[in-house]
Design a protein around this ligand. Structure first.
Ligand code: FES
Ligand code: FES
Length: 166
């Protein structure tokens, strides 16, 4: 933070200046100062995962992350929209959400999972890794079955596309 109280952040590829205090949670900066409202605020105490964004490559709960501690680029769901267009479509096709309040945080976690998974897993291990990745994202509406099935379908399709392109 500078002497005048501003903070410089890289968000979704853009360098932005925000003039909120360093103790302000990252989620509030994203939503209120930058208008990136895909990031949801629910519990506001690090328990539900609705506010998850990427800091660097790492999913973090932005409601309990003071903006002063953010020292890597931030990516919100808006910045991941194209990269996970197939996941969003699969969620819609399979009814993997109802109210959708938890969905942005889940999609950010899924983006992190997809970006680091290179080895081919058995169906069971893949489902397990998806469940583990989403263990901090609380959904009160759906079961996790449709969500897991949607992500599995994306992984299998991406693998098939990659095989075909070799
Ligand atoms: S709103 Fe951040 S974890 Fe619930
Ligand atoms: S779809 Fe409503 S909380 Fe998850």
């Amino acid at each position: 933070m500078t002497a005048d109280g501003t903070r410089s952040l890289r968000v979704n590829g853009d360098q932005v200046e925000v003039d909120l205090g360093g103790a302000t949670p990252l989620a509030e900066v994203l939503r209120d100062a930058l208008g990136l409202r895909a990031t949801k605020l629910a519990c506001r105490r690090g328990e539900c995962g609705a506010c998850t964004v990427l800091v660097g490559e790492r999913p973090v709960m932005s409601c309990v992350t003071p903006v002063a501690l953010v020292d890597q680029p931030v990516t919100t769901l808006e910045g991941l929209a194209e990269e996970i267009a197939d996941v969003r479509a699969e969620f819609a096709d399979r009814g993997a959400f109802q109210c959708g309040f938890c969905t942005p945080g889940q999609l950010v976690h899924i983006a992190a999972l997809l970006s680091r998974s290179s080895e081919t897993l058995s169906d069971e291990d893949l489902a397990e890794s998806i469940r583990a990745q989403l263990s901090g994202n609380i959904c009160r509406c759906t079961g996790y079955q449709a969500i897991t099935a949607a992500v599995c379908a994306v992984v299998w399709r991406r693998e098939a596309d990659e095989m075909e392109s070799r």
